[in-house]
Write a protein that binds this ligand. Structure first.
Ligand SMILES: Cc1ncc(COP(=O)(O)O)c(C=O)c1O
Length: 387
């Protein structure tokens, strides 16, 4: 059964309520920022309702159930038995990336990223006065792979590697061979791995391997994860970091103390604890099937009506990465086509770095009706008309 989108306008959501301001025009179909238009599983809403019923929302503790839920999730989903003390609760994965950079590297250090990349990776490096070392992904025949010679050469100059696994925006779910190879090279070159695995639950037809569970990576890896993308609770700002190595963990926590990071949020703690459960798993399986169906729908439509737009295989996430280069437009013209002529708000590929030029990122975590309307608008715009 397909997940249905629900009306979100008027709830203060960035995706819907801020789209006109951000894109500078009204009447856009919002298919951009990475949250979904689906209701969360009942188990989360019930847990929140129960917590809200008690009318005090004071400083809150990350209790046993919170840690056990994360340990259960990792054992159940990924076969990785993590120790309780490895888990450091946090308030967002981007916060963790910035904390890791400032805790574990020095000003001027080189930090490796794989482009095209989720923009905050780039800004986290530059805004903290570190230098970007770019390992540009290789794109061929609709698939992204790693340029290993380049990776190996660049790793020699890097202090840290910001891995995005699965990768946003290309949706690559790195396989075990690729992860082993990245881990080995980083290990040989004393490179700390910061693995943003926020999309690791939404993986299609394959199993996610947390790089931190590989023997050569465990002592040099910080694994960043959250229930936010998986369960559509990004606004609750609850994430966590898994840091097996005690020295790295201490350095990370020291930086937390310097920032004065707040205590837990009672609603976010309740939501994570409820989500990481058998009921959460059942909902996730249904979500994956629904996203898969949406992906097939978009692919089929494009192949039939807009063959100039070629979607990269969706290995993970609720995002599709569209190769629009056969339209023969530069990035400004491409944006004009989507925004001004088709009235669609997507993330332009160029915002993911020069390696994203000629691409657009489409969020398929929405209703079939909305996707269908969006594709018809796009088709009409490409044909030269407007709807
Ligand atoms: C790869 C990646 N990391 C991090 C985030 C944001 O995480 P948070 O809201 O926890 O900072 C996103 C959101 O789109 C993402 O795609």
């Amino acid at each position: 059964m397909l997940f249905e989108a629900i009306e979100r306008r008027g709830t203060g959501t960035i995706k819907w309520d801020d789209v006109a301001r951000r894109f500078g025009r009204e009447g856009l179909v919002p298919l951009w920022v990475a949250d979904m238009d689906f209701a969360v599983p009942a188990v989360i809403q019930e847990a929140l309702a129960q917590r809200v019923e008690h009318p005090v929302y004071g400083y809150s503790v990350y209790d046993d159930r919170f840690f056990e839920a994360i340990q259960w999730w990792y054992a159940h989903r990924f076969g990785w038995r993590i120790e309780r003390e490895w888990i450091v609760p946090d308030h967002g994965v981007v916060v963790s990336i910035n904390t890791a950079i400032t805790a574990l590297t020095d000003v001027g250090d080189g930090i490796m990223i794989q482009t095209p990349i989720y923009p905050p990776f780039m800004t986290a490096v530059t805004s903290n006065n570190r230098s970007v070392i770019e390992n540009r992904l290789h794109y061929d025949a609709g698939r992204y792979t790693i340029d290993w010679d380049d990776f190996e050469a660049k790793a020699r100059d890097a202090s840290m590697f910001l891995l995005c696994s699965p990768h946003n925006p290309t949706t690559r779910a790195w396989n075990a061979d690729e992860l082993h190879r990245m881990a080995e090279i980083c290990h040989e070159n004393d490179v700390v791995i910061v693995a943003d695995e926020i999309h690791s639950d939404v993986v299609h037809g394959r199993t996610h391997v947390p790089i931190g569970m590989l023997p050569e990576a465990q002592a040099i890896t910080l694994t960043l994860h959250a229930p936010s993308k998986t369960f559509n609770i990004a606004g609750l700002n609850q994430s966590y970091v898994i840091i097996p190595d005690p020295e790295i963990r201490t350095a990370y926590q020291k930086r937390f103390a310097q920032i004065g990071l707040p205590h837990g949020n009672p609603l976010s703690i309740a939501a994570l604890t409820a989500a990481y459960s058998p009921k959460g798993v059942a909902w996730l399986e249904a979500l994956l099937a629904s996203l898969e169906a949406n992906s097939v729908f978009v692919r089929t439509y494009l192949a039939e009506h807009l063959p100039q737009i070629v979607p990269v295989e969706t290995e993970a996430t609720f995002l599709m990465w569209l190769d629009c280069r056969a339209l023969g437009l530069d990035d400004a013209e491409l944006e004009h086509l989507f925004l001004d002529r088709a009235h669609l708000a997507l993330n332009p590929g160029i915002s993911f770095g020069a390696a994203g030029s000629g691409f657009m990122r489409l969020n398929i975590g929405t209703s079939r009706t909305q996707l269908s309307d969006a594709l018809a608008r796009l088709h009409a715009a490409v044909q030269g008309g407007e709807r």
